[in-house]
Design a binder for this molecule. Structure first.
Ligand code: ADP
Length: 254
């Protein structure tokens, strides 16, 4: 039996704003199993980033219980890696040195980390680019560096906030396929934030559907498409059914 790696009960978040308290998350409960690929989907402002930040220990919850890997949550941890829409790379460090950085900060074995950096550059398709500087790379390649850096210290849980959201549709699709290939090989737990319903269905084992009423988890949709996923599956009637089920939950079909 697979165990829960993340368990949240009654999580709420209220921000204090100039115009009064703002409820960003209201009584959100869920369990995530080790190795699952979960997407959080919903319109802008429904609390996806807030929930991810709470899970990643970057933001405090106002109410609720949260357990990660058997322990209490609440601060950034080495077994959780986070990736955002734009990967902030140090412009004066080479690609190799950027990927190497988390391991260096955590004081991991230098030789092992150097080997791992080369493996990861290879895995994300950046073989031969290790000596380049970030300024020489396209947006898609920079996110590949971000992906390699995310994996550098071998975190158990990957939290990704619209990691390919700033890329054009073609590059984004390629990156999604790369991410799935890497996930199939490593089977880490992934929590992936997106407002793209098709992307969420294509990638995930389960989709958490969030609505701004305010910040509610409307429901969880099990994605029963077989793996490994291929782009041809987007023509599968089941794919469309799942997309429309989520659209219905979000109230975007009239
Ligand atoms: P999403 O990621 O789904 O777009 P967010 O989690 O970013 O949504 O935001 C949820 C709500 O909380 C929004 O109304 C947003 O304006 C508000 N919010 C987010 N961060 C803060 C903050 N630091 N202070 C005040 N309000 C915030």
């Amino acid at each position: 039996m697979t165990t829960d790696i993340i368990s949240g009960t009654g999580i709420s978040k209220v921000y204090a704003t100039a115009t009064g308290p703002l409820v960003a998350l209201d009584d959100v409960s869920f369990d995530i199993k080790e190795g699952e690929f979960i997407s959080l989907v919903g319109p802008s402002g429904c609390g996806k980033s807030t929930l991810l930040s709470i899970l990643g220990g970057l933001e405090e919850r106002s109410l609720g219980d949260l357990t990660i890997a058997g322990g209490p949550a609440g601060r950034p941890r080495a077994d959780v890696g986070m990736m955002f829409q734009t990967s902030v790379l140090f412009p004066w460090r080479t690609i190799r040195q950027n990927v190497h950085l988390p391991g260096q900060i955590l004081g991991l074995d230098r030789k092992r980390q150097a080997e791992r950096t080369e493996e990861l550059l290879d895995m994300v398709g950046l073989n031969g680019f290790g000596d380049r500087l970030p300024g020489e790379l396209s947006g898609g390649m920079r996110q590949r560096v971000g992906l390699a850096r995310l994996l550098a210290h071998d975190p158990r849980i990957l939290m990704m906030d619209e990691p390919f959201g700033a890329l054009d549709e073609f590059t984004r699709e390629t990156m999604n396929l790369e991410l799935l290939r890497i996930w199939e090989a490593m089977r880490k737990t992934v929590i992936f934030v997106t407002h793209n319903i098709g992307e969420a269905v294509f990638l995930s084992d389960r989709v958490f559907v969030m609505t701004p009423r305010p910040g509610r988890l409307e429901g969880i949709v099990e994605i029963d498409l077989p793996r490994p996923r291929t782009t041809a599956m987007m023509r599968d009637p089941r794919y469309s059914e799942l997309v429309f089920e989520i659209r219905r939950m979000l109230g975007v079909d009239h």
